[in-house]
Ligand binder design. Structure first.
Ligand SMILES: NC(=O)c1ccc[n+]([C@@H]2O[C@H](COP(=O)([O-])OP(=O)(O)OC[C@H]3O[C@@H](n4cnc5c(N)ncnc54)[C@H](OP(=O)(O)O)[C@@H]3O)[C@@H](O)[C@H]2O)c1
Length: 287
């Protein structure tokens, strides 16, 4: 594990992911826009910090980024002090941010022009998956760099899969979010119905989660939805970003997303009434 890895973006997800790399024995340099968080990371894990993304990426064999949205990805990759300004030829850039397929293709092309490989690699599994090192990583890019980067990503993942060319990882993450949105609305309606019907919702969930209605959301969120607890998990505003990306892509490829469009409006309502950081299971509050 003598490879040098740079990690840019030490938020809820990036902080523990970079920690797993250090624990695996990689030589890790981190950058975070808010410097105090990078210092905190280095104090906890013992790696080094850099003043800019470009400086962090200098000499690195692999550079991982985990920021917020499309603009943030461009700010830390293709912008003046972005990682592409510091990376050496033959190094591999992996972006774990959930972003558009367009931005993935753009960074891929710019990296390619500098002799650098790029993999778009959004993740699923949430904060717990990042902390436990059990993320699912959906990758887009070319096979040879993917094979080289996979062991690095294995440090924090239980599944790392190449799904197609640049952008395919982001397209797969869109499918993931579309599947979750409709399911969560259905689960909200079921639980609210059980409450109105005078049933014991916890007992109902115990029973039906052993049948065909079972889902990860039911198992992990059903009871907290009934208890109206939302101060954890995957934030409504992140989901609004992700569904926006999926709906824009669907406009281009002709896919129909009627339920997703409705649920996206419900999330807008929740966000406007103060639930920006609530978990996505907060859809039940509208019922
Ligand atoms: N949280 C989840 O459960 C989860 C699950 C799957 C996927 N994701 C996706 O993973 C990504 C990160 O999520 P998160 O929960 O870790 O977010 P977060 O806690 O808000 O962290 C975002 C990180 O990106 C940095 N950043 C944002 N904009 C930047 C910019 N323009 N320039 C430089 N740095 C910038 C932030 O720096 P500062 O510290 O300076 O703000 C912070 O380190 C998002 O795309 C999200 O949709 C999240």
């Amino acid at each position: 594990m003598s490879a040098k890895v740079a990690f840019v973006g030490l938020g809820v997800m990036g902080f523990p992911m970079a920690g797993h790399l250090k624990a695996r024995g990689y030589e890790v340099t981190v950058y975070n826009r808010t410097g105090a968080k990078a210092d905190e990371w280095a104090k906890k894990h013992g790696g080094t910090t850099a003043p800019t993304p470009a400086a962090a990426a200098k000499d690195a064999d692999f550079v991982m980024t985990m920021v917020g949205n499309d603009d943030d990805v461009l700010a830390v990759t293709t912008a003046r002090d972005g990682v592409l300004a510091g990376m050496k030829k033959g190094a591999i850039l992996v972006d774990h941010t959930t972003a558009s397929a367009d931005v993935a293709r753009k960074v891929f092309a710019e990296a390619r022009s500098k002799g650098i490989d790029f993999i778009d690699a959004p993740v699923s599994g949430g904060q717990a998956g990042a902390e436990n090192g059990k993320l699912t990583v959906m990758c887009g890019g070319e096979a040879a760099p993917f094979e080289r980067a996979k062991p690095v990503m294995d440090s924090y993942a239980r599944a790392v899969t190449l799904l197609g060319p640049a952008g395919a990882g982001q397209l797969t993450k869109m499918v993931n979010q579309v599947c979750i949105a409709g399911l969560l609305q259905g689960l909200s309606e079921g639980i609210a119905f059980a409450e109105k019907a005078g049933l014991d919702p916890e007992l109902v969930l115990d029973v039906i989660s052993k049948g065909a209605a079972q889902s990860w959301q039911m198992e992990n969120r059903g009871k907290t939805m009934h208890a109206r607890k939302f101060d954890f998990g995957f934030a409504v505003d992140w989901m609004r970003k992700d569904l926006g990306i999926a709906m824009a892509e669907a406009k281009r490829n002709g896919a129909k997303l009627p339920v997703t469009e409705v649920v996206a409006r419900y999330y807008d309502e929740i966000s406007k009434s103060g639930g920006q950081r609530f978990d996505t299971s907060s859809l039940i509050t509208r019922l």
